[in-house]
Each structure stands twice: as C-alpha cells, then as structure tokens.
Design a protein around this ligand. Structure first.
Ligand code: SAM
Ligand code: SF4
Length: 345
C-alpha cells in the first residue's frame, strides 16, 4: 500500500548544524540490510536479516529524504546491503530524483544488478555510481564475496558506462592475503576504463571470521607502491569525508583517473564531517564509528501526516553528533558490533 507522503518541508529555514559548527548536508540511506553477496570483510556467512516490518517502507524512505532535503541536505547516497536487490527500489530513485533542492543523488552498489538497471537509474536522476570491485580474478572474487560472479559485475560496469554515467568509481577494500597484490592491476583496469578507483581501509564493523589486524593494509603503503609505478599528482578535491585524492597519468600523460584513499583510521577528516547515516530500520547514526543514534521509525509511523516531530528530532540530534570516531584495530572484539551492511557504507 502506498502511504500518502506529507507536503514538502522544503521552505523550512533550518539547517543541520551540529555542536561543533559542522553543517550536515549529506545523508547516506541504507534501504536494505540484505545482499546477494557475503563479502568476508562485511558479513558473516550465515546472516540473519531483518523482517519486512522492521525495515522502512520505500514510501517512508522517500518521506525521510524529503524531510532531510528540506533541512538543507543537498546530497543523498543510497546504499545497503545491496540497494538494487530491494524490490521496486527504482521507484524510490525516481521519487528522490524529482526533489528540486537536491544537487546529487548517488548510489553505492556491488554492481551485480547494474546490467539490468543502469539505464533506468540514469533516467531516474542518479548522478554518480560507486561500484565495489575487490578483485579482477574470478576465483578470488568468489572467495572474497563468497557468492559473487565477477563477469556479472564487469558487465554491470560496462552497462553503467553505456547508460552515460560519468565519474563511475570503483571501491576496493584491500585485505592482506586476499587481494593486496592486485593494487596495480586494479589501477590499470581503472585507467583503461577511464573510471576512478578508491582504496578503502578495512573497518572493524561487525564480527567476521578474521581479526581485522591480520588483514589490515595501510593506505599509506598502497600510495607508496602506486607512487613508485605511476606519475601521481595530489588533488585538493574533498567530499568532507575520509577520502583523499590523487590523479594518475594515463599512457598519453593525461591525469584523468582519480585515485582515492579512504582511511577511516585517520582522524583528520572528522573535523570536516558533513554527513549522517540512516539505516534501513530508520536509525539515524550521527557517526559511522560511534553508537550515538536516534530512532526515526517510531516517529514516522506515529505521525504519518505530520513531519514536525521528525523535523524536531532530526534538528535535536545535531546536539549529540560526536566529535569523531574511535576505531581501534588492536581490539580483539569489533569496535562496533553492527555490520557495515546494517549501517550502510
Ligand atoms: N553492497 C554495496 C557495495 O558493496 O558497494 C553497498 C553497501 S557496502 C556496505 C558499501 C561499501 O562498504 C562497499 O564499498 C564495501 O566494500 C564497504 N565495506 C563493507 N564492509 C566494510 C568494512 N568492514 N570495512 C571497510 N569497508 C567496508
Ligand atoms: Fe554486500 Fe556490499 Fe557488504 Fe559485499 S560489501 S556483502 S556487496 S553489502
């Protein structure tokens, strides 16, 4: 059943400014905890997923995004779990794509459904896509994702290019002993495809089958390796998050491909943090690496036609946004119990 979405709140004067003066203008919304892959750094092999009732409906997701955009949010990333395995996800992209004050609707996906959906997503107004790709070797890809097919993802990348997406970015989590010897092949692939690539340091989210310290690869080492092989120039571009960018020269000497290093273990980015995350259960997490959260689902459901309680709660949440995260790889137990697929990457 489609619920009536309350009237727009876009004329509200409020902005989301936290206690440290940082303005939140970017939300990451996870629309499902489910996924067709079981990446070894992200999930355990036998996950228990949430039931339908425990997850925000797509109409509730659309309503939430509208409220946030009314509060000055100009960028929305849809993530998961795997967002594209959610039934009718396209409807949500189309709804969000219509919002006037939104500058950027972007998506993070494992690419498995892109072959079928890339063109529709482009038509719905998705501006950019990040696609996870941890290996270019089929058997290894299967080992890391447990269930994924490399060919399908490669076809998904081509479909996104054909659909006209610019600035496609690969996301690679490097793990010692799994894929840390694929840095150069992955960068070569990105250069050849004229797309960007980011290397993400593994984060201690959720209880997986290995200790994070045993597989940790430092971005500083990856950068050193790349500098020894390619001409790189550092870039001042920033998204207000933990990514730092470089540009790499292609065979013709053109610095087109962007290489990002997402280093969550560094604290340097927290002071410019501009984002919050909303889980598929409607939990508003103020920091990826802390437990501070506000439950939005009860407000959505108790006030189906009145956004004011929701707006008040979101404005008040700014007072509890933490200064920064507290990741520690040396701890035996995960720093944060919830999996990345729960919070949304
Ligand atoms: N399923 C989609 C995908 O894989 O792109 C979107 C959700 S996934 C949780 C988002 C991103 O988080 C992916 O790039 C994934 O590699 C990354 N990720 C998942 N668990 C992680 C962890 N423990 N540490 C670092 N990155 C992680
Ligand atoms: Fe699924 Fe993405 Fe997590 Fe891999 S990283 S298990 S694709 S949610």
């Amino acid at each position: 059943m489609i619920e009536k979405v309350p009237k727009s709140t876009q004329s509200l004067p409020h902005k989301l400014i936290d206690q440290f003066g940082r303005q939140v203008d970017y939300i990451r919304l996870s629309i499902t905890d489910r996924c067709d892959f079981r990446c070894v750094y992200c999930m355990s092999e036998d996950m228990t997923f949430l039931s339908r009732d425990e997850v925000l409906s797509l109409e509730e997701c659309a309503r939430l995004v509208k409220v946030f955009v009314g509060l000055g949010v100009s960028k929305v990333r849809i993530t998961g779990g795997e967002p594209l395995v959610r039934k009718n996800a396209l409807w949500l992209f189309e709804e969000i794509g219509k919002l006037k004050n939104l500058n950027e609707l972007v998506l993070t996906t494992n690419g498995s459904q892109l072959e079928k959906q890339a063109q529709d997503l482009k038509n719905a107004g998705v501006k950019r896509i990040n696609i996870s790709l941890d290996s270019l070797e089929a058997t290894r890809f299967k080992t890391i994702t447990r269930t994924g097919e490399l060919d399908k993802v490669l076809r998904g990348i081509q479909a996104a290019k054909l659909a006209g997406f610019k600035n496609i970015k690969l996301n690679t989590v490097l793990m010692r002993g799994f894929n840390d010897d694929e840095v150069l092949p992955l960068v070569d692939f990105a250069i050849k495809q004229a797309i960007d690539i980011s290397f993400i340091e593994e984060m201690p989210l959720g209880d997986v089958n290995h200790t994070r310290e045993s597989t940790f690869v430092s971005n500083a080492d990856t950068l050193k390796l790349l500098q020894s092989k390619y001409p790189l120039i550092s870039s001042t571009e920033t998204t207000g998050g933990p990514a730092r960018y470089w540009r790499v020269a292609d065979a013709k000497g053109k610095f087109n491909t962007k290489i990002g290093f997402i280093s969550p273990h560094s604290h340097n980015f927290c002071e410019s943090c501009n984002r919050v995350r909303i889980t598929c259960k409607g939990e508003l997490y103020l920091c990826l690496g802390q437990e501070d959260k506000i439950e939005l689902m009860p407000l959505l459901r108790a006030h189906p036609n009145d956004d004011q309680p929701l707006i008040t709660a979101i404005l008040n949440s700014m007072a509890v946004k933490p200064k920064g995260h507290d990741f520690d790889l040396r701890r035996a137990e995960p720093s944060i119990i919830r999996f990345m697929s729960h919070t949304g990457g």
